[in-house]
Design a protein around this ligand. Structure first.
Ligand code: PLP
Length: 597
């Protein structure tokens, strides 16, 4: 029914145990389409509604009764509401985030795990950038098979959580995706596990997305399909799916495939630009679109073949363009997708030769769900403001122009905005440029005073610092409370392997006071000193303490949030400073003063 061959030499290959992967070249599964065609009733097949199980006769599955299925349905193919018209295209989105675990990987995992089960594997192992891990762990759970997952450190937490929830055994590897993939292969060979991942069998499941598109378009071929490239397996699967449908007589013309990579992870695009058939691996792959952060695409040469053989193209996009496209998709099309998926839309927006495609049917494959990595949105966003449950507070925000501007900044966060104290006019200009926002003067003054404090610490103001300061200003209660409590100075000593000591000088009303505290570290010591200082006035309890470093670098601005509780009433305070102790003190002041409002 099928053969496994080397993709380059086209010669049959022999697997090593349950490892279906070549040393240097990728392998490929060659379906015997003549036999399949003879068995299929094509007229009946054409009119059967699409879903994964419909395509079982076209997949390398021997025992249909053992197929591991979660009763997948066809993912929606929806027409663009606004973007298509603006680009002059008949644009559709294939919403692959609607698969069982939130990405297209499920199509391949159904095959991977079914083959592993047919072959009697005792366990499966794989490397992943996150989505494949979540997907394989889910299907392995359905097959009641242990699943070992190797991921590079720093995989988005939602994907880790999925693996853990499905009972997968997850291990983080210090290195890139490719380092994890090498290790998975070695262990599979040594332990006799089935090696799941971007290898020949997976393509056979993922090609069903191409079948589905043709079925959904009632057997009209689209002109172009835009697909993000990580390992290159998925674009390969689309090319193979369309080609098989053509050979079966279900498709007349092959759609062009456009592959999209992130600028700093563009190994395939680099080769395409030089019209090469080989891949030069990159040292690293640095992009916010973690699902396509692959320095050495395992199926890179197959991806190139998919592009060349369909007269397609390959395009790279920057992180900024990806974020903008992601925002556009959610705002205008009501589709919240992963950065890697939004890259397809970013590519269309920046491709000038689209004129040749005027009014043609183009499909962007939206590979994964936005909830998979919400941190990239939160990092670009101004966090929501906080108010007391009071109508007046809402109205103040409402009338302050706060909701008029944007709430996300897409520019390079490390760019320096101010080297020295900015004037109110300069702050106004930047707010307008970055957020289209026109805040009231008292906000501008607050932002200015926060920026001054950061500059006083000897730090330049970057875009990310500016963002934090805006947020901080928005989160401090709008009307300065009659500040009964303030800290006017502090000092701390911290030594290695010893407890820390802190002294704080505070003012409560008109009374000045000095208090001391010890703690396991400088922050703890300062908080203890502060509690000491207030204790006589009021009894309260520190219930929550959160720290967030939102951008990179040891001089990054730190964002501290803490909650004080007194007689069942809690008050939240937040502080922002490049100095974690100062940020904690500011948070404490705000929270404490919250009680007296
Ligand atoms: C895996 C993945 C990709 C990349 O697909 P490849 O088959 O590795 O090229 C793109 N987007 C998402 C959301 C993914 O999970």
């Amino acid at each position: 029914m099928y053969n496994i061959i080397d993709f380059t030499t086209k010669l049959p290959v022999k697997p090593n145990g349950l490892v279906f992967a070549g040393e240097n070249n990728p392998w490929e599964i060659l379906m015997d389409l003549a036999v399949i065609k003879a068995k299929l009733n094509l007229e009946y097949f054409k009119t059967t509604p699409p879903c994964l199980l419909k395509y079982l006769p076209l997949m390398p599955i021997q025992k249909i009764s053992e197929f591991v299925s979660l009763r997948e349905v066809a993912t929606p193919l929806v027409k663009s509401k606004t973007l298509g018209e603006r680009l002059g295209l008949n644009l559709y989105f294939k919403i692959e985030s609607k698969n069982p675990t939130g990405s297209f990987k499920d199509r391949g995992s159904a095959i991977d795990i079914s083959v592993a089960k047919e072959l009697g594997a005792k366990a499966i192992i794989l490397a992943s950038t996150g989505n494949m891990a979540a997907s394989c762990a889910c299907y392995a759970a359905a097959a009641k098979m242990p699943c070992y997952v190797l991921v590079p450190e720093g995989v988005p937490v939602a994907k880790l959580a999925q693996v853990i929830a499905f009972g997968g055994h997850i291990i983080q590897v210090k290195g890139t995706y490719n380092d994890a993939a090498e290790l998975a292969k070695t262990i599979a060979e040594k332990k006799g596990f089935y090696l799941a991942g971007d290898y020949a069998y997976r393509v056979e499941g993922q090609k069903t997305a191409a079948f589905e598109i043709i079925d959904q378009l009632l057997f009209q071929a689209p002109d172009m399909v835009v697909i993000p490239i990580g390992c290159g397996t998925n674009i390969t699967a689309y090319a193979k799916g369309f080609e098989e449908y053509r050979e079966l007589g279900l498709l007349n013309t092959m759609p062009q495939l456009m592959g999209v990579q992130a600028q700093n992870a563009a190994a395939v695009v680099n080769s395409y630009n030089e019209r090469k058939n080989t891949i030069t691996p990159l040292e690293s792959a640095d992009t916010i679109a973690s699902a396509i952060a692959v320095p050495n695409p395992i199926d890179g040469i197959k991806a190139l073949h998919a592009i060349y053989s369909t007269k397609g193209s390959a395009v790279s996009v920057s992180d900024e363009e990806i974020l903008q496209a992601q925002y556009l998709l959610s705002h205008e099309e009501s589709l919240f997708v992963e950065g890697s998926a939004a890259a397809t839309v970013a590519a269309l927006i920046k491709t000038p030769q689209l004129t040749g495609l005027r009014n043609k049917t183009v499909i962007c494959v939206l590979t994964g769900d936005g909830l998979k990595d919400s941190s990239i949105v939160l990092k670009a966003a101004i966090k929501p403001p906080t108010i007391y449950p009071d109508e007046k507070e809402f109205l103040q925000l409402y009338q302050s122009n706060f909701f008029n501007g944007k709430n996300m900044i897409f520019s390079d966060k490390s760019k320096i905005l101010f080297q020295e104290k900015p004037s109110i006019v300069q702050i106004k200009e930047q707010l307008n440029k970055l957020l289209n926002a026109e805040y009231d003067d008292d906000y501008l003054l607050k932002i200015q005073s926060i920026l001054y404090k950061i500059l006083q610490k000897g730090k330049h103001i970057t875009i990310s610092d500016f963002q934090d300061s805006i947020q901080d200003a928005l989160e401090k209660p709008r009307h300065p409370l009659h500040e009964i409590f303030s800290v006017y100075d502090f000092s701390v000593t911290a030594e290695k392997d010893r407890s820390s000591n802190a002294t704080v000088k505070i003012k409560i009303g008109d009374t000045k006071k000095e208090a001391h505290g010890t703690g396991v570290g400088p922050v703890d010591a300062v908080i203890n000193a502060l509690r000491q200082a207030c204790d006589e006035q009021i009894n309260f309890k520190l219930t929550d303490y959160k720290v967030d470093i939102r951008h990179q670098g040891v001089d990054a601005v730190v964002y501290v949030e803490l909650k004080l509780t007194k007689n069942n009433f809690s008050s939240l305070g937040r502080g922002t400073s490049p100095d974690i102790i100062q940020a904690s003190i500011e948070a404490f002041e705000v929270a404490y003063n919250g009680f007296s409002s």
